[in-house]
Design a binder for this molecule. Structure first.
Ligand code: ATP
Length: 373
């Protein structure tokens, strides 16, 4: 899929922007704080109906204004696609081909993007929360049912934790009600775990290949889903996981009541990465950790293509200059001629000359975009 045109009205530091894109590589160059990332953020917003850097959507509205509109027109294999997000301090509206969608689940997934920013370079080393977010965003884009089970799971966790706290404080409430929450927790939690494990299997297949190419076949990457449930090895049948989930919760019941919180489940799970069977989080060099993060992002592009039948748009926020020549070349080879890419950078000096020759250049200054450098 490709973006042809983006329109921003009162979005961040843009008053009125009307911008056309090249089908291949688009490079936005400019000094710090001029509005480069704001363009990528607007595209991310069109894809996922939220910002990648803030949960406070009011912040996206240009200061001194009461609304903001982001519109994009795209070409997909199914034809033309027009997306629109309107923001006011009270909330947001989303539209597909001018028709408002009341449920976000009917909107998310229309447009697929893969965002790769400097913070993604610490995907391996960063906190587990970050890796869970990675899973949730990537699976959510290709599977509306994952988003459904995840949101139900999060709702149950909130109710269950409140109830556990009530028991902790009063020491009186009935365990029967807890068991009702447990049934829902297990149902949605199991779906989330299974979808994550299956997603990782597919992702690993691509990531292994890419990682091996970048490292001249010297390194074999593998990924493990580290569940907080003690799951028996190899048992991936839904009924088996549900049974083990239930047993795990029973064993932990007193501890959960004592602590007033849910101690196991997808909200506590994590990922582990290995290179040649050695744990990258603990023992990998910074270079190996970066290569792992890059392999995962590039694998995601391939996986989205496999799942939805076309490549997503790649958004590279200030990250190309962070990669050395080998990794830059690998990245460009992977996207070449098939993935529309939008790059931000403070300087084009660090970008490979062959890449530059094939790119459309834009200059960004104080919320205005000019073609050329
Ligand atoms: N709601 C808003 N209204 C007006 N201006 C805003 C708003 N939110 C952010 N800005 C401005 O947008 C600019 C930041 O833009 P952006 O994050 O796109 O920077 P950038 O060009 O990517 O810079 P860097 O290279 O440092 O990442 C800042 O000047 C900031 O003051």
């Amino acid at each position: 899929m490709f973006i042809e045109n983006l329109q921003l009205k009162n979005y961040r530091n843009y008053n009125d922007l009307d911008l056309s894109f090249d089908r291949q590589i688009n490079i936005f160059q400019g000094n710090n704080a001029q509005g480069k990332t704001n363009i990528l953020e607007a595209l991310y917003l069109l894809a996922l109906a939220k910002s990648h850097r803030t949960s406070k959507e009011k912040e996206l509205i240009r200061w001194g204004n009461s609304f903001s509109v982001v519109k994009g027109s795209f070409k997909t294999r199914r034809g033309n696609l027009n997306l629109e997000v309107q923001l006011t301090p009270k909330g947001k509206k989303v539209k597909v081909n001018q028709l408002e969608k009341r449920k976000l689940s009917e909107y998310i997934g229309m447009l697929n993007v893969v965002m790769f920013g400097p913070e993604d370079l610490s995907l391996v080393k960063g906190s587990p929360q970050y890796r869970r977010k990675f899973l949730d965003i990537e699976i959510g884009q290709v599977s509306p049912s994952y988003l459904y089970h995840l949101s139900q799971y999060q709702k149950v966790i909130r109710h269950r934790n409140n109830y556990l706290k009530e028991i902790t404080n009063s020491g009186e409430n009935s365990v029967e009600l807890l068991e009702i929450w447990d049934i829902q927790l297990i149902e949605h939690g199991t779906k989330v775990i299974l979808k994550r494990i299956n997603f990782l299997r597919q992702l690993e297949k691509w990531a292994k290949n890419i990682h091996s190419n970048i490292t001249d076949n010297r390194e074999v990457l593998s990924i493990l889903y580290k569940s907080s449930l003690s799951l028996e090895d190899g048992s991936l049948r839904e009924s088996d996981i549900m049974e083990q989930y239930k047993n795990n919760l029973l064993k932990l019941r007193q501890q959960e009541i004592y602590r007033g919180t849910t101690l196991i489940g997808p909200h506590r799970d994590d990922l582990e990465f290995f290179i040649n069977q050695v744990d990258v989080q603990s023992f990998g060099s910074q270079g190996q950790q970066r290569t792992t993060a890059l392999s995962l992002k590039l694998a995601e592009i391939e996986l989205i293509n496999e799942e939805v039948g076309e490549y997503p748009i790649l958004l590279l926020d200030d990250v190309l200059s962070e990669l050395d020549a080998i990794r830059q070349t690998q990245l460009i080879q992977t996207i070449e001629d098939k993935v529309q890419t939008i790059i931000t950078t403070t300087s084009i000096d660090s970008i490979d000359i062959n890449t530059l020759k094939r790119s459309a250049l834009y200059h960004v200054e104080a919320g205005k975009v000019k073609i050329g450098n």
